[in-house]
Design a protein around this ligand. Sequence first.
Ligand SMILES: *Cc1c(COP(=O)(O)O)cnc(C)c1O
Length: 403
Amino acid sequence: MDINKIREDYPILQRQIEGRPLIYLDNAATSQTPRPVVEAIDKMYYHYKANVHRGVHTLSQEATDLVELTREKVRAFINAGSTQEVIFTRGTTEGINLVASSFGQMLENGDEIIVSVMEHHSNIVPWQLIGQRKRVTLRVVPINERGEIDMQAYEDLFSDNTRFVAVAHVSNVLGTVNPVKQMIEIAHRHGVPVLIDGAQAAPHVHVDVQDLDCDFYAFSSHKMYGPAGVGILYGKRYWLNQMPPYQGGGEMIGQVTFERTTFAELPFKFEAGTPDFVDIAAFGAAIDYIRSLGIDNIAAHEHELLTAAVDGLMGIEGMRLFGTSLNKSGVVSFLVNDISSYDMGLLLDKLGIAVRTGHHCAQPLMARYGVTGMVRASFAVYNTLDEVAAFVAATRRVADMLR
Ligand SMILES: *Cc1c(COP(=O)(O)O)cnc(C)c1O
């Protein structure tokens, strides 16, 4: 891969911040968007804008075809068995809320849901909301000091009351790539379905939902070079057919009378209202983009960046890294002595470097480590070793200033 050539597709990377070239290391929050994806959005507005699945007119047919083409691209990307199992949402958060809200209606008082301590708030709060309506409780899988799931503790959490497991494929804070295939196998042995939060996995690791045998898999377009406002929920047909609809409205119905409504076939049963057809069509271009580079090449490049960052940061006095699993994606979270993540982030920004600070939507994980926030750098395909070196040097400089 020619990274300099790749960077030409991102005009934003030419920006200056505080008179210095932008070094964008907040990719786990959202990735930047390459020209082919932005052009696909333009093309949709300029040439194909019409509401989908409704009209007989040519424009509507064309727009519908583009949306359905993306659905097929997503199916192939995650190796789902059928496009009926690929539901468009607004993002990972909505995908998890859909399952929690709909599957949640099939839960009963006393039921238990297993999550891990490293979950993003999006994979905690939706499950707690069920608990406000029914007596459903969360059981939490602990992690070790390296930030890895304690598999024995996980297995021990299963009881006769366990009804569901919801766990991240890759942690947005620790970068840990969890052994989800093994976790799913254990859950299935107990007859329990599993949702995987794939927000941090889909842009960085090869995802095969049939090989994983997960029951649900949720992820977001905007973290994988695609537009904001689009997400994917994969669900096994077996479950989706049993689950009640999430929202009611147009698109999701068969026949409507004031007495009774029948619902549309999958996947439309879970897609009420006009979808974000412009961005869905453009998300297809993002998948093409990732495929053209090759997810394994992207992962290898990011791993090189991660190794350089970790090596460099470890040389800074007072450095504390969070998440040191060998099986780790391109995310590095840290603190230096007791310098607040906020101060660190603010001064790094003055040097043109965009990193994340604070609790990273994972307050229980912060509590686990006894901190209120961390600094996080996260990588994408367009980041370079030079940028990593500049980031390490800047971190050292800021740490020396603040200590
Ligand atoms: C970003 C993220 C989410 C939420 O994704 P949205 O796109 O904000 O809906 C959920 N889980 C993880 C692990 C994330 O990194």
